[in-house]
Design a protein around this ligand. Structure first.
Ligand code: NAD
Length: 349
């Protein structure tokens, strides 16, 4: 099968990283770059990549099979639609669009042109996420998972320039939120019931610098999703409760542990402990004798890498791992989070 030629449009922080991602995959090769900024064009040329002088020139090049869009969020829709209309397949960075209606417009063109459109939801392959997904789906390590807390927290505020601007699709719900929400829906096999949210504007930007959302599923599972950029001390990346234990994963280094009741021994009643100015048995730690403590162990991905999958989809050999209806569902959830945060009300889905 012939290698598929991919041109990167938007050679900034993420666009340039795709050179490595594509390089590690089979069936796709990066054959060029287009960026509106001269310094980014120069950066591409320094890496030995051919560059184009206009987006139209990329579209007109019949050797180009696919285009990666890694530009600021507000430009994804128009660039994607033009690329699809020109007969190119498209990989688009997240968040695919700012509204679900914009995604619907893109998908209508992709369907009419019979072209593949896939969104780079790369954090479906993160090791920390794969461990939690395994816990949720196999119900093996901590029983039936009924509560998931997923957080990313930093102390550096909103990065960059366009991420501060509402018109460009800035803010943390659309930036990091889309990753955490995509992960949540990718591992949870239930319709969403309700969404509440608090958007943070503590840094005085016109866009949110973080948010907290509480999501309930019809299955009864609940989730707390939090993105913060004003956290000098951060909470664990994951805190997951199941009927047979609790798991904590502190960070991307996979440090953490699983505490579970040891069903092979008789339960030892906790002894009251001194707590502040009182005594408590309720909040005493579980007894060492009837509890097991295990480390977090890595889970290998049970799916090919993003670009391997993209190449297989183009060749008609596979279904996309990131399905457009899943991406659409995440955007609908994001819209509910904005509505819940702005109205101060619970949104029922
Ligand atoms: P960036 O500002 O570093 O880079 C954007 C680049 O696009 C710049 O070089 C800019 O000159 C160029 N550009 C702007 N408008 C253009 C146009 N019309 N045509 C061609 N080039 C244009 O931003 P970034 O951090 O690389 O983010 C780009 C996209 O990638 C965003 O959608 C962002 O959300 C996404 N992203 C995804 C991940 C991930 O993990 N999947 C990580 C970071 C960023």
């Amino acid at each position: 099968m012939r290698m598929k030629n991919l041109v990167i449009v938007g050679f900034g922080g993420m666009g340039s990283y795709h050179v490595e991602l594509v390089g590690a995959a089979s069936g796709i090769t990066v054959t060029g770059v287009y960026d509106v900024a001269p310094d980014r064009v120069a950066a591409a040329e320094q890496k030995g990549l051919p560059t184009y002088t206009s987006f139209e020139a990329v579209l007109a090049d019949e050797e180009v099979d696919a285009i990666l869009i890694a530009t600021p969020n507000d430009s994804h829709k128009d660039l994607a639609m033009q690329a699809l209309e020109a007969g190119k397949h498209v990989v688009c960075e997240k968040p695919v669009t700012i509204t679900s209606a914009d995604l619907e417009a893109i998908l209508a063109v992709a369907k009419a042109e019979n072209r593949t459109f896939m969104v780079h939801q790369n954090r479906r392959w993160d090791s920390d996420f794969l461990i939690v997904r395994d816990m949720v789906q196999k119900e093996a390590q901590i029983g039936n998972v009924f509560h998931i807390e997923s957080r990313v927290q930093g102390a550096n505020g909103i990065p960059g320039d366009w991420r501060h601007l509402k018109a460009q699709g800035g803010g943390m719900v659309l930036d990091w939120g889309v990753h955490l929400l995509d992960q949540l829906l990718f591992m949870t096999d239930s319709p969403i019931k309700s969404v509440s949210a608090n958007l943070s504007f503590i840094l005085g930007d016109e866009v949110d610098d973080g948010f907290t959302s509480f999501i309930t599923f019809e299955s009864g599972v609940t989730a707390l999703i939090e993105v913060g950029t004003t956290n000098y001390v951060k909470l664990p990346r994951w805190y997951v409760k199941g009927t047979e234990g609790t798991a904590v994963i502190h960070d991307w280094d996979l440090s953490g542990e699983i505490m579970a009741p040891d069903r092979t021994v008789a339960k030892v009643e906790p002894k009251p402990i001194q707590a502040g100015q009182g005594l408590t048995k309720t909040m005493a730690p579980p007894s060492e004798e009837s509890t097991t403590r295990s480390p977090i162990t890595k889970v290998e991905a049970d799916m090919p890498g993003f670009y391997d999958n993209f190449a297989a989809v183009l060749n008609g050999d596979a279904e996309p791992i990131v399905k457009n209806e899943e991406v659409h569902r995440v955007l609908r959830l994001i819209e509910a989070i904005f509505e819940a945060g702005e109205q101060g009300e619970v949104v029922y889905m």
